[in-house]
Write a protein that binds this ligand. Structure first.
Ligand code: SF4
Ligand code: SF4
Length: 449
């Protein structure tokens, strides 16, 4: 039965005209309230409150627009703050609701009416200023080198110790010696030009992963050029609703990457990759920058996209192996799996590693609770989301947990360290780099490089 025009409720006038949320409202109309997204949502699964589910939050957004709730309503703010922005609801949604865009627009709208928490203001301020960020990351590296963070992670009360455990977990992991060599695909095109997003946290705390990325790209037939003038990608600011800062940082990166116009942009941090791929959307109403942003976004590739097609799957013998296999589990970063929809390529990279047994991880598609600075500003919910993940990792009985995002590596690494686990968290590229360095395929045309 259809509702006649005479009985249909007239749409309410928009209570927040010209706000970011009002401008994104078309996405809100796509929700049919089916609830398919609920079991995918880590906050709903762990907190059991409809207001902490995607469907509930979308309803809150609608009520904000209809004027039924004011933008300074503390409960609305709390439910929006508790969202991880993991976008698992987007993958689960059959109606194509652009939840990530709606969340950013809502946070940008609420930001006008309620103050940003102090910790978030400090972190976002530091990440906005390159010189401050460089000093902060240098200080963090010096502190890490003393070994104090690892000690404090063990002796302080768990929540106070967590930031130290996160810092300790950024140190390079000594990878076990494996066996066998990685085989490159025979007919690949050599000398594909790439440049790398260095990334602020990646370059500041995971420089070893950046070096491993450059080596693996070269070893698989890419020429790697470096691009000067890069800054933070702006993802933290966009997710917090500080769209002006995100746009300012995006413009600087776009100008930087225009200096290497013919190179694909390799990114080894899933959150940064998702942000760069969305620069076109971020600057969609900026006439001077929109086309430039789209051109840069179109060149962005997760490093697994560049590597997967160049590696042959390792031969798996059914005979008992002469050397013990390395048990490895893969935890896909949300911004790779749900935001970029990249699932097969990282697994293909791991499948190319001889001597590695890829162990399935229960609920691998659920967020780890890192979500940028979420674990600092929403520690209780972050802990609640991390706990089942650590249980599943323990059940998998693996030596290594791999994940291609610095936030996930720090969150999972800290959780593993504090729980006394022997499992270590590493970036998949580091594992590939170690395997490539064990020996090159002498038959391959690239082996002499
Ligand atoms: S967001 Fe999608 S999956 Fe969730 S209730 Fe709305 S239409 Fe259904
Ligand atoms: S982004 Fe993640 S935490 Fe937020 S509503 Fe969607 S599934 Fe839930």
């Amino acid at each position: 039965m259809t509702v006649s025009d005479s009985t249909a409720r007239a749409p309410l006038p928009c209570a927040l005209p010209d706000s970011p949320l009002a401008n994104a409202a078309a996405g809100l109309d796509a929700c049919v309230h089916c609830g398919f997204c609920l079991p995918a949502c880590p906050t709903y699964v762990n907190l059991h409150d409809e207001n902490d589910s995607p469907r509930g939050r979308l309803l809150l957004m609608r009520r904000l627009l209809d004027g039924e709730l004011p933008p300074d309503d503390p409960d609305v703010g709390a439910h929006m703050d508790r969202c991880l922005g993991c976008r698992a609801c987007e993958t689960a949604c059959p109606s194509g609701v652009p939840y990530g865009e709606l969340l950013e627009a809502t946070r940008a709208t609420l930001r006008e009416a309620r103050p940003t928490p102090f910790v978030a203001r400090v972190v976002l301020g530091v990440f906005r200023r390159q010189s401050l960020l460089t000093v902060a990351l240098l200080g963090a590296r010096l502190l890490r080198a003393t070994g104090l963070p690892r000690l404090l992670a063990r002796v302080l009360p768990p929540r106070m110790a967590f930031p130290f455990a996160m810092l300790a977990s950024t140190a390079p992991v000594r990878l076990p010696k494996g066996h066998g060599v990685v085989t490159l695909t025979p007919a690949l095109k050599a000398d594909a030009a790439v440049t790398m997003l260095e990334g602020c946290v990646m370059q500041g705390l995971f420089a070893h992963t950046n070096h491993a990325t450059a080596r693996t790209l070269r070893a698989t037939g890419h020429t790697v050029a470096f691009t000067r003038g890069q800054v933070c990608c702006g993802a933290l600011h966009a997710h917090a609703g500080d769209l002006d800062s995100a746009r300012a940082l995006a413009r600087r990166n776009i100008a930087a990457f225009e200096r290497t116009p013919h190179a694909l942009i390799a990114v080894n941090s899933a959150g940064c990759g998702a942000m760069l791929k969305e620069y076109g959307h971020l600057l969609h109403d900026d006439t001077d920058w929109h086309a430039r942003a789209q051109a840069v976004s179109a060149r962005v590739r997760d490093v697994s996209e560049l590597l997967a097609g160049r590696l042959a799957p390792a031969t798996r013998s059914t005979e008992p192996s002469p050397a013990p296999r390395l048990r490895v589990a893969y935890d896909p970063p949300c911004h790779l799996m749900h935001a970029q929809r990249i699932t097969r390529e990282p697994v293909a990279v791991l499948a190319a590693l001889p001597g590695v047994e890829l162990v399935p991880l229960m609920d691998a598609d659920q967020c780890c609770g890192s979500a940028g600075i979420y674990n600092l500003v929403e520690p209780d919910t972050s802990d609640a989301v991390l706990e089942p993940k650590l249980r599943n990792i323990a059940d998998a009985r693996v030596e290594l947990l791999v994940s291609g995002n610095p936030g996930c590596l720090m969150q999972l690494g800290a959780g593993l360290l504090q729980s006394g686990s022997v499992t270590r968290a590493v970036h998949p590229v580091e594992l590939l780099d170690a395997a490539l360095q064990r020996g090159a395929d002498p038959e391959h045309p690239l082996s002499s490089r």
